[in-house]
Design a protein around this ligand. Sequence first.
Ligand code: BGC
Length: 769
Amino acid sequence: MTLMTLCVIGVGAFAQQKPAIPRDAKLEAEIEKKLAKMTLDEKIGQMLELNLDIMGAYDVNGSWQLNETMLDTLISKWKVGSILNAPGTRAATVEQWQYWIQLIQKKSMKYIGIPDIYGLDHNHGVTYTQGGTLFPQPINLAASFNTELAREGAEITAYESRAANCPWVYNPVVDLGRDARWPRIYESFGEDAIVNSKMVVAEIQGYQGDDPNHIDQYHVGTSTKHYFAYGAPWTGKDRTPAYVSPQMLREKYFEPFKAAALGGTLTMMVNSASVNGVPVHASYEYLTKWLKEDLQWDGMLVTDWADINNLFQREHVAKDKKDAVRIAINAGIDMSMDPYSVDFCILLKELVQEGKVKMERIDDAVRRILRVKYRLGLFEKPNTGGKGYEKFGSQEFAKKSLKAAEESEVLLKNEGGILPLSKQKILLTGPNANQMRCLNGGWSYTWQGSKAEDLSEAYNTIYEAFCNKFGKENVILEQGVTYHEKGAYYEENKPEIEKAVKAAAQADIIVACVGENSYTETPGNLSDLWLSANQRNLVKELAKAGKPIVLVLNEGRPRLIADIEPLAKAVVNILIPGNYGADALANLLAGDVNFSAKMPYTYPREINSLNTYDYKVSEEVGTMAGAYNYDAKVSLQWPFGYGLSYTTFEYSNLRVDKKEFGTDDVLTVSVDVKNTGSKAGKEAVLLYSSDLVASIVPDNKRLRDFTKIDLQSGEQKTVTFRLPAKDLAFVGESGKWTLEEGDFVLKIGNQTTSVVCTQTKVWETPNIQ
Ligand code: BGC
């Protein structure tokens, strides 16, 4: 037995820096010099971001061609400062990106003397660059509870983006996926604020490198998005209003954005929808006060897609576009992603001339935009790529993606130790058994991840990975249900369940791969959270064959399966594991690699039980004595943080250095974890706290920190968390961070210990630093 001590530094440690990024005096002087020479037209042009699509057209061969004359006009006349997106939202080659972006930079330097900042949704790898590396989606990284995997993946994406001459990515996403119905759950790190906060800090470091003032040619700027509470739509549908209590807004939804600001994210993208009736694009309070003033964040705020237009077209808080521009810019928007029009320039100029937008606001916005461009080194080196980027799409990067997938697929059930699979004849069935699209999800070669199978041919579907691992002769493929590839993501072809049932007779075990096809944003809205009727029927009919069923879930959000889960002996949720997700699954099911992931969100059992793990204590109460049976149930399929392994871990000796603590103290919390099984394995160690009595109804528990350790069979390690008392605070009725005297319980694994806070403190600063 070896004994090792690990010390985990909580996100609280990052909260020490203020302002977020220490300013570089030389760089700031350059910005001022440049700003002083710019005309109003030049300044306003910097504040506009256009879609590349409008600068070209498809030729007779169906190939998109950049129209140089058009580009010339847009840059010389309108002085456009930024361009985004891939033509037709389909991945281009490195060479195409090199050609297009170099031309844009040439014209930008010629006509404005300021480089363009090109942005792409390189969300889980280089979405829009062919031949690059795609990683598991962020929800998988969250399930791995391994921040180092997130950092590494981001660093590789940065490198490959720069190889394609792109210096800016619209990632990470830290919206908190707290509503199971929302179509973008998988793009975030799940439902918890701490998981999102730690992951975003790790990714920002991976993307941007160690010095946000001087980002080198292998790193990129981030746009942490979508600020904020985008993942809390009341209807569950994309871009619809959220109603969130002021406490929850600051205490949970704001936290990862705060961590991102303090972690140095160069830019942020704003939530398209409204929070408590206020469209975030129109909120001075949230954009300027909370971010730019309270946090002293000096980065740049970009709108989401055409969202200034949405202030009058969708949200009805502005009477026309000019009114919308006035509201958004005065609220604190620095750059307008107005994909198809230059009207913004005309209207903003009029507003400045009419005194409705002050020159200081324009200067502030442009200063922030220039700061990003200087920090990215674009003035000195507007182009990157070519020599020095030989690792693009390499095996070295592929291995990292495979490892991330292996650490992110969650074993949820393994009755009688039916897994790992032994030498058996396997029936592989279900719509997700033999296509790449569902393994990669949205933002994979195309926006919706659809119509791109030609670009992912080199990778293995589950069927192909199974044939490689278990031998083609041992794998029967009969899907029973298939997706209608040309339709909406939820459309399925006429089922052929009887064929699968017939094939089951030849098999020893059934592996049913069910879930969802790829989607994102509004096309991913749903009307029913249950897994499709066809897919559930498939499992029900197969169960009658009497062969054991392994259910593989491959889905972007938790689709209800309460009626078929009992029919399966084993369940694995692979979430959306990327190009190597099927290979990872085969390695895991064969037992060559051990499972180590845990659920990054709460998996509901019932449609009327869409809880998160940190529900209020009064959301679950037993039956009351007497005539009135007041009760409430939290009905879960699997809780947040749940996940099995082929080995077992025993927790013991939870200890804390202070049984009583004051509000400025730091607690040291330790626990011993031992691998008591016969296989090596990794364990995500999660530290929770419960505030037993508080002046507003307390959450039943809250995650405070986590880490992941590696243990050989029989090995024991001591994990130590550093927990500042202020991390136990909540946002009180006054809207201020509050820590109250009283009892707390700390919990790790099955271990608990009580501690007492001896003081009460209300922080006057809106954000504890
Ligand atoms: C999405 C963003 C994305 C942007 C640019 C929007 O529709 O909401 O996440 O970054 O488009 O493609």
